[in-house]
Design a binder for this molecule. Structure first.
Ligand SMILES: NC(=O)c1ccc[n+]([C@@H]2O[C@H](COP(=O)([O-])OP(=O)(O)OC[C@H]3O[C@@H](n4cnc5c(N)ncnc54)[C@H](OP(=O)(O)O)[C@@H]3O)[C@@H](O)[C@H]2O)c1
Length: 403
């Protein structure tokens, strides 16, 4: 009965989404079809249906599903259906556990940064470092002897992070400086204070990020303003200090989500945000667009830094269990909870690619490139579009009143 209900629910979804929603995993799909076939044919040859599914014949899949719907009531009454249900459930469970175990040892395993570099006498700024990936990055760099500036917006949370990092690293060279990326004025004040008080800057890590509705103090869409524009201005204001301290690096924490991002310049010029819409999905897309901005900004920055001793990199940290979805509504939190629990990894693993980009020796020839799992990854064509990167740079300059 359970399998029948599941099958029919999936069939319903299948109809609803015009054939898009068959179970995505081939094993699950095969089991589903075996069950549907059983319903249709009275369990004569359920394995034949597995073969059909393995061959990916979705047309036949739908035919089976339709007939299954018609015959389901009669078939469910059969005594053999209970046994098959149990068997299929067991197989589904075993397949799910096996797939999960394989994922844990392959796609979900993130490599560790191999560099043993020490950073004594060097200064690092990490934005959004009071929690999540930024905090574990800051801790690692403090353990390597760097003077670490936690550039954060909330004094209480930042000071708590400073004392945690000082305690765990044994370093007293960890300080908080106020930075609210949702205000260009705050970015300017941060840069002014920093340039007055800190004689060098060896690594700037633009890590802070959010997924939330709203508008910055300057009237920009919050996601665009914080994830891209604030970091853009910060980097440009600190660039001379980076050059004086070279060889130095800028690391932009982007996301694989950039792959589905696009830059709608009309929307940006008219509404000062990357896209319109109020749904959670549109929020996610705005986040993706902002992460594309990070990738394009890095691409253009590398070009403009040619001939200097400053290099820059963008990266995807991996799927990391942090508080980034803290602003989601309850429904999304409930949907995300099992996914985060099962498929997302700890922030220490999530900091490895950032640390790699910040200090791995020999990656300078890859300036401007995008990294994943501590290695260079070919960026999709729209993430290295010279014309779009230049246009975004020029628009960002105008929005920051730099041009
Ligand atoms: N977690 C993932 O799976 C994942 C995947 C791909 C990319 N990323 C990227 O990784 C980066 C770090 O994210 P995370 O997962 O560590 O998220 P997180 O735990 O939510 O940390 C985000 C940090 O950004 C700070 N922040 C937000 N708005 C700010 C503002 N206006 N000014 C200054 N700081 C601000 C937050 O400060 P408050 O505590 O004050 O809010 C927090 O310290 C982000 O750029 C994110 O896009 C994460």
């Amino acid at each position: 009965m359970i399998i029948t209900s599941l099958s029919l629910s999936l069939y319903w979804l299948d109809l609803t989404f015009a054939g898009v929603m068959t179970p995505p995993c081939p094993v699950l799909r095969a089991l589903w079809i075996a069950e549907l076939h059983f319903r249709c044919e009275g369990a004569q040859r359920p394995l034949a249906a597995v073969e059909v599914a393995a061959a990916g014949n979705l047309f036949k899949v739908r035919q089976f599903a339709r007939r299954a719907l018609q015959n389901s009531t009669a078939a469910a009454a059969s005594p053999r259906s209970g046994q098959i249900d149990a068997m299929i459930l067991l197989l589904c469970g075993a397949a799910a556990v096996a797939v999960y175990a394989v994922c844990c040892f392959t796609v979900l395993r993130l490599p560790k940064c191999q560099s043993r570099a020490r950073l004594d006498g060097k200064t690092v700024v990490v934005t959004g470092s009071n929690t999540g990936i930024g905090k574990t990055t800051a801790l690692d760099l403090a353990k390597r002897g760097a003077r670490v500036i936690l550039a954060c917006r909330d004094q209480k949370r930042a000071e708590a992070a400073v004392s945690d990092i000082r305690r765990e690293s044994g370093s007293s060279e960890v300080v908080y400086m106020h930075l609210d990326l949702a205000s260009l004025q705050s970015v300017r004040s941060f840069a002014e204070t920093f340039l007055k008080t800190e004689p060098r800057l060896d690594i700037l890590i633009n890590n802070a990020g959010l997924v939330v509705e709203g508008t910055t103090k300057d009237g920009m869409g919050m996601i665009f303003g914080v994830n891209h524009l604030g970091h853009f201005l910060l980097t440009l204001l600190l660039l001379d200090r980076l050059k004086e301290s070279g060889p130095s690096r800028v690391v932009n924490v982007a996301s694989k989500a950039y792959e589905v991002g696009k830059i709608d310049f009309d929307c940006l010029s008219t509404h000062k945000k990357l896209a319109e819409g109020k749904s959670s999905l549109s929020l996610f897309f705005r986040y993706s667009h902002s992460k594309l901005c990070n990738v394009l900004f890095t691409h253009e920055l590398a070009k403009r830094l040619q001939g200097t001793n400053v290099t820059c990199y963008s990266l995807h940290p991996g799927p990391i269990k942090t508080d980034i979805s803290r602003h989601s509504n309850l429904l999304w939190k409930m949907i995300l909870f099992p996914i985060l629990t099962l498929f997302f990894v700890d922030p220490v693993s999530g900091a490895q690619t950032t640390i790699h980009c910040a200090l791995q020796e020999g990656i300078e020839p890859h300036s401007g490139r995008y990294f994943e799992k501590c290695a260079v990854k070919e960026v999709k064509a729209h993430g290295r579009d010279d014309a779009v990167a230049k246009k975004l740079w020029e628009l960002s300059e105008r929005l920051c009143s730099l041009a």
